[in-house]
Design a protein around this ligand. Structure first.
Ligand SMILES: Nc1ncnc2c1ncn2[C@@H]1O[C@H](COP(=O)(O)OP(=O)(O)OP(=O)(O)O)[C@@H](O)[C@H]1O
Length: 265
């Protein structure tokens, strides 16, 4: 059986139907529908202002959509309507089933807590109590994201941007979430640092079988990481499909422009 057919037969992890959000008269995102399966990586691309961040904020519970439904298949409860979850339930979900990697590591890290503490407090938040085990797990993750163990007790504010981003990834993945939201995970980093981070991310996502939704304006990021791609313009999804298909044979004129403008750089 082909890899794509195998993927299509897995149960749906997140089902998004007709999600719209506007700010006064300004469209944020409009009538967006898609589904994502366990282990699948979805890329969302589009120019600035196309609605990517609005959609991501609706999906991850930071914004309440005006219309539509978002059904998530929770590990311990089965499918739930995200819009009906209470705030404490949503926070618990964010700590257990989900990870959120912010563009700016400062938004996702505790800058005055040690690197080891940043990773270790996630397992602690869901019940781990044995200090030795927690520290060992944190160090295991620091190694996975290529942070030298001599830096375990250092604060992230003494780290480079690339190191902070790798630490944020470790903090998110240590609890083995089933779905990770990433907003421009390589934004603001040097090109060589970006390439290393992308390689690392690709390895980890594949190894752990995590589903991910990656919002970016960088087609190189989706080419490397995403199984499927959604292209947004003015709040709407205008094209979607397997990443290589969309990038190699774009149908919508806007996607053609996006692809050709990158190729010319
Ligand atoms: N808080 C807000 N108040 C009013 N309008 C907003 C707000 N946030 C976003 N918008 C508008 O919604 C539309 C979509 O913006 P959004 O930030 O989702 O796009 P984006 O694709 O993520 O852009 P970028 O790549 O620049 O982050 C834009 O027209 C934007 O001006």
């Amino acid at each position: 059986m082909s890899a794509v057919r195998k993927l299509q037969q897995r149960p749906v992890l997140l089902e998004v139907s007709g999600v719209s959000k506007s700010y006064g008269g300004q469209v944020g995102c409009l009538d967006v529908s898609f589904s994502i399966r366990p282990g699948e990586v979805l890329g969302i691309v589009g120019e600035s202002g196309s609605g990517k961040s609005t959609l991501l904020a609706c999906l991850s519970g930071r914004l309440q959509p005006d219309t539509g439904s978002i059904i998530y298949d929770m590990k311990d409860r089965g499918p739930v309507d995200m819009l009906l979850l209470s705030e404490p339930e949503r926070r618990r979900l964010a700590r257990t089933d989900w990870g959120i990697v912010h563009q700016n590591p400062r938004d996702g890290l505790r800058m005055d807590v040690s690197a080891g503490g940043n990773v270790g407090e996630r397992p602690m938040a869901i019940g781990a109590r044995h200090y030795g085990n927690i520290r060992a797990e944190a160090q295991d993750w620091l190694q996975k994201v290529e942070i030298d163990l001599t830096r375990t007790d250092d604060k992230p504010r003494t780290f480079s941007g690339g190191m902070q981003q790798r630490l944020q990834i470790a903090r998110n993945l240590v609890t083995k979430p089933r779905l990770v939201f990433m907003d421009e995970p390589t934004g603001g980093l040097d090109v060589s640092v970006q390439a290393r981070l992308l390689d690392l991310l690709r390895g980890l996502v594949r190894e752990l079988g995590i589903a991910a939704i990656i919002v970016t304006h960088d087609l190189a990021v989706v080419r490397l990481l995403a199984d499927r791609l959604m292209v947004m313009q003015r709040g709407r999804v205008i094209e979607e499909g397997l990443t290589d298909q969309v990038l190699d044979d774009p149908h919508h004129p806007y996607t053609q422009l996006l692809v050709s403008s990158i190729l010319q750089v």
